[in-house]
Design a binder for this molecule. Structure first.
Ligand SMILES: Cc1ncc(COP(=O)(O)O)c(C=O)c1O
Length: 402
């Protein structure tokens, strides 16, 4: 008897995650004998940066001390106290009972969007965006409504456009600042505009602040510090600035306004269903937030050096323009594609010819013909320099041939 394939749910079709999906293509290139340089995933560990030893010790100690059972579903109290203390010191006054420890920023976002949006509801998402947002909304059946960030204006959003996009069905406004995929940080003027729009329309502002400590000029305060009574929920984790992405240790903090009390209760109820985040890793949160942070300044300096190299080398290539990032480890260059050619064709061509793997901008929501692609610049300056030589040679050929 011939086996009939068992069907998957339709929502899987809407779940697109270009950052990882493109790896299948890279594996084929590797199988053909070429070395692939993975510039697609923002994982500092892969490039030799190391988790601070006192955080590792805190997790190891917790395991040795027998802290291997389920944690409370909202997370252990010392971790929640550490998050509340950290955010309060930085101007977002919040108590530990409004903090939930999550499996990374990702889980906090998923819990919150699940608590907020019904199928068919709308959520305002930046374009280009980090693809988790569209993927989670596809899963919930809610609609992503994109607001544009303008490369001609430092990749900043336009608050007036956002206000125009708000409807009675809007359930949340997502803001990623500092930003992935663009590396931009938003000035207070823009942050205030975004908060005022959310406040006026009584829409929760979901502040993805996972890169908050990685602005090259030093940590940026949480958005809620500008207006602590606005409906803001802040998300972050140990993944980026604390160099422990595999631990899946993160948190969310719900602003003090009583307008968010039901949302907090909803999130806690959903959190009960997944039991807890990774228990021993929760013990690293107080160690990270209250302990030695000297690694952060070193990491920021390394990022600034790589950002400057990236911008100068890419902008020297005819046909490529790049807005200088001010935070994190991403840049979003644009290649001037001839008519009819897509960003995906360019990125796949680059991969097949040189082994350099980037993600095409349309994976983040830009238009395929606009020619954006995202570069993760965590490799060493020497390796980045070789990579940009390859990009330069390929781009010259590609544009000459097209
Ligand atoms: C903007 C943004 N939010 C969330 C995440 C996921 O972070 P976490 O590892 O904390 O789940 C990432 C990871 O790259 C990101 O870039």
């Amino acid at each position: 008897m011939r086996a009939t394939a068992i069907p998957v749910a339709g929502r899987v079709n809407g779940f697109v995650y270009a950052i990882r999906n493109i790896v299948a293509e890279a594996r084929k290139v590797e199988a053909a004998g070429k070395t692939v340089r993975y510039l697609n995933i923002g994982d500092p560990i892969t490039f030799g940066f190391q988790t601070p030893p006192h955080m590792i010790e805190a997790v190891a100690r917790a395991m040795r001390d027998g802290q291997n059972g389920y944690a409370p579903s909202v997370g252990i109290l010392p971790a929640r106290e550490a998050v509340a203390g950290e955010l309060s010191r930085r101007g977002m006054p919040v108590t530990p009972d409004r903090v939930v420890i999550t499996s990374g920023t990702s889980e906090g976002i998923e819990l919150t969007l699940t608590a907020l949006a019904e199928a068919g509801d709308e959520v305002l998402i930046p374009s280009p965006t980090y693809p988790l947002y569209t993927a989670v909304l596809a899963k919930i059946g809610a609609k992503a409504v994109f607001y544009r960030k303008d490369p001609a204006n430092g990749w900043l959003p336009d608050v007036r456009e956002i206000e125009r996009l708000i409807t009675p069905n809007t359930r949340a406004l997502v803001v990623i600042d500092p930003n992935n995929p663009t590396g931009a940080t938003y000035p207070d003027r823009v942050r205030r505009g975004l908060i005022e729009a959310a406040d006026k329309h009584n829409i929760p502002l979901l502040a993805d602040e996972v890169y908050g400590d990685l602005a090259y000029d030093g940590p940026v305060p949480p958005m809620a510090s500008l207006y602590p009574d606005a409906p803001i929920i802040s998300f972050s984790s140990l993944s980026k600035a604390y160099l422990a992405p595999g631990w899946r240790a993160g948190w969310m903090a719900v602003g003090r306004t009583p307008r968010l009390d039901d949302v907090l209760a909803g999130v806690k109820k959903l959190a009960d269903g997944r039991l807890c985040s990774t228990g021993p890793m929760e013990h690293a949160i107080p160690a990270a937030l209250n302990g030695d942070r000297s690694h952060e300044a070193v990491f920021r300096a390394a990022l600034r050096e790589r950002a400057e190299l990236t911008v100068s080398r890419l902008n020297a290539i005819r046909g490529i323009t790049t807005v200088a990032p001010t935070a994190a480890f991403y840049a979003m260059p644009r290649v001037a594609l001839p008519p009819g050619v897509t960003d995906e064709q360019y990125v796949l061509g680059l991969l097949r010819a040189t082994g350099v793997l980037c993600v095409y901008g349309s994976g983040f929501g830009t238009r395929p013909e606009d020619g954006f692609f995202r570069v993760v610049f965590l490799a060493s300056p020497a390796e980045l320099s070789q990579i940009y030589d390859l990009v330069a040679d390929f781009t010259q050929d590609f544009l000459a041939r097209a």
